[in-house]
Structures are given as structure tokens and as C-alpha cells.
Design a protein around this ligand. Structure first.
Ligand SMILES: NC(=O)c1ccc[n+]([C@@H]2O[C@H](COP(=O)([O-])OP(=O)(O)OC[C@H]3O[C@@H](n4cnc5c(N)ncnc54)[C@H](OP(=O)(O)O)[C@@H]3O)[C@@H](O)[C@H]2O)c1
Length: 310
């Protein structure tokens, strides 16, 4: 039995059908089973639980052979935070997996480190350390920014106001990867016991500035709106004034500033060489399928398909 925490998310929605399609029994952990409707099918069970509440995990983890953590508390419903979900929630999952005698595959971020300016990256590092110390079989899958997530965020105002958002100057290169490729690597980490004790890092084929990324989002949406830059001083004000009032917004502003200024580039060559049959989804293909994928979250499965690049 594979338990997937975060099975309803952008990555999880692509991972669960892969695992079930390979004939594995999959149990999706979600705070709200209605969010997992599109995952229902043979071999998929949905169980309510919250990683912040260790008592809710015992039933979910019972009988698990491998647990996947694809959760995060950077944004989203339920007053989540990196501290409560990525740090404490992952610790609950890891200790629960240990009690169940299961291995755990942790989805983390490229750049996770104790002194990183983005709180999520510090919390992911803490989860990685907890996992290494837990005495169970483990694999860590670190990914760069998901194309689908960022295209959705910056294009939110596109259809309503004709504007696309770029945080800061938008001229700093960032590596973007398709969540479909990360799902393929995560599935591999689940099914290949030879990958225990390894950290696998995956990025996409391109390092793009947000200005370039926004142009591709507009092109694939067939909607050429104006770009609205949120200037760095406005992001700084949100980051420093927001925590007491709107902590999620303050977090996003701090992350946006970091993405506009830090080295966010990545070279995926070593992992691509180690896993030559892994899909390498082109950004235009990933974004072309995005509207279908978002609709599929309500009533079906992702339609994104891309053959491996050889
Ligand atoms: N998005 C990116 O750019 C990116 C980049 C690198 C790595 N990652 C990592 O990839 C993984 C998947 O990210 P994603 O973007 O696919 O996530 P997402 O679409 O934002 O979905 C978040 C998931 O976390 C679950 N979750 C949040 N709080 C929870 C809680 N308290 N208890 C149980 N489940 C909870 C949600 O489940 P319910 O709402 O159903 O409860 C949902 O399935 C995460 O580990 C993330 O850190 C993401």
C-alpha cells in the first residue's frame, strides 16, 4: 500500500494515476475527500487526515509499505504554514511511517537549506533532516519551480483584467520544471528500492526569467495582455508589514523577492543522465494542457502527455 499525502495537489494529481496505473494500491490522504474526486478509480482509496494532527494519521498509515509526502503549507486553504505543514506535519508523517514500518519518499525543493531566505526552504531542510534521522528507508526528491503552479499564479488576473503579473523586475533566471516530470521521478523513487538513501534533484530544460516565462504563458493562453510588475519596494512592504495581518501574502512577497534576486538556475543534466527515460516536458506543451488539467482536477485526470526525450 502506497499512502500519498498531497495526492490532491498539482504533483499528486499526476502521481496517483501513475502509481495506480502500475497496479499499486494507493491511499490518498486529504483534509477534504471532495478534493480527491478526480482521483477515484480502481486501486485508489481516499482517507481523511491532516498532517498537523498526528492522531488523524494512525488509521491513514496503517498497512503502508511506502508513504509519499507531497504536501506543503506555503499557501492554500486551512491556515497552513511551512512551520505547521512542511516542518511539523512532515515530522508527524515520518514518525507515523516509522511506527507503521514504512519507507518514506519526501518531495522537497532544490535549494533546501537551514539559512535560506525563503521559510519554506528552511522547513523542507528540517523535514529532510528529520527523515534522515528516523531510521527508516527514505528517498528525497528535490524539484525546482513547477511550470503549472507559477503559470496559474501569474495568469490569475489575465482573463479578468487583461493583465499578467510579474513579481519584481522579472529579469532573474529561474529553473522551471513540469510537475508531470517530477511525478515520474517520484513514482520511480516509490517503486525502486535501490533508490533508498538517495537525494534526487530534478529541474526542467530551461532557466527563464519571469518576463520570458510570462511571455510564454501569454502566448500559450492566446491572450496578449499587458504585464503588471509588482515593484520590489511594494513586495518589501508586503513582506515586512504583512505577517501580522496576512501571513500567507507576506510569505509570498518574501519568496517573490528571493526569486527576483537569488540564483534560482539549475542544471538537470546529472539526474537526466541517471534516468534517461524520464519525460522532459517542454514548457509550451505543459502550459498548453494547463486549462484541461485544472478542469480535470474537478472531474477527471490530467491529460498531459509527453514522450521521453532521448
Ligand atoms: N509548486 C512548486 O512550484 C513546487 C516546487 C518544488 C517542490 N514542490 C513540492 O512538491 C510537492 C507538491 O506541491 P504541489 O505544488 O503539487 O502542491 P499543491 O498543488 O499546492 O497542493 C498542496 C497539497 O498539500 C496538501 N496539504 C496541505 N496541507 C495539508 C495538511 N495540513 N494535511 C494534509 N495535506 C495537506 C493538500 O491536500 P488537501 O488540500 O487535499 O488536504 C494538497 O494535496 C510539495 O512537497 C511541494 O513543496 C512544489
Amino acid at each position: 500500500m502506497i499512502v500519498v499525502a498531497g495526492g490532491t495537489g498539482t504533483l499528486g494529481t499526476r502521481l496517483v494515476p501513475r502509481l495506480a496505473g502500475a497496479g499499486l494500491a494507493v491511499r490518498v490522504l486529504t483534509r477534504d475527500p471532495a478534493r480527491a474526486r478526480h482521483l477515484s478509480g480502481p486501486g485508489v482509496e481516499v482517507v481523511r487526515g491532516d498532517v498537523r494532527d498526528p492522531a488523524s494519521l494512525a488509521r491513514v498509515l496503517h498497512g503502508a509499505g511506502t508513504v509519499v509526502s507531497a504536501v506543503h503549507g506555503f499557501a492554500g486553504p486551512g491556515g497552513v504554514s511551512p512551520a505547521s505543514v512542511d516542518r511539523a506535519g512532515n515530522a508527524h508523517l515520518i514518525h507515523g511511517a516509522a511506527r507503521a514500518g514504512a519507507a518514506l519518499v519526501l518531495v522537497s525543493v532544490v535549494g533546501a537549506s537551514p539559512g535560506h531566505p525563503i521559510g519554506l526552504f528552511r522547513a523542507k531542510h528540517a523535514a529532510e533532516e528529520t527523515l534522515r534521522a528516523a531510521g527508516i528507508g527514505w528517498t528525497i526528491v528535490r524539484a525546482t519551480a513547477f511550470m503549472q503552479t507559477w503559470a496559474t499564479i501569474i495568469s490569475q488576473p489575465l482573463h479578468a483584467s487583461g493583465k499578467i503579473l510579474v513579481f519584481g523586475r522579472g529579469d532573474n533566471p529561474v529553473n522551471f520544471v513540469s510537475a508531470a516530470d517530477v511525478a515520474a521521478l517520484t513514482a520511480r523513487a516509490v517503486t525502486d528500492p535501490g533508490l533508498r538513501g538517495q537525494v534526487l534533484e530534478l529541474g526542467g530544460p530551461d532557466n527563464l526569467t519571469f518576463n520570458q516565462f510570462a511571455a510564454i504563458v501569454q502566448e500559450t493562453a492566446g491572450h496578449r495582455g499587458t504585464v503588471r510588475h509588482i515593484p520590489r519596494p511594494a513586495l518589501r512592504a508586503m513582506a515586512w508589514l504583512g505577517p501580522a495581518v496576512r501571513p500567507a501574502l507576506a510569505r509570498q512577497a518574501r519568496a517573490a523577492l528571493a526569486m527576483d534576486t537569488l540564483d534560482m538556475t539549475f542544471d538537470p543534466t546529472p539526474t537526466r543522465r541517471a534516468f534517461p527515460d524520464l519525460p522532459e516536458t517542454d514548457i509550451r506543451l505543459a502550459l498548453k494542457h494547463l486549462p484541461d488539467d485544472l478542469a480535470a482536477r474537478a472531474d477527471g485526470l490530467s491529460g498531459e502527455r509527453n514522450p521521453p526525450r532521448r
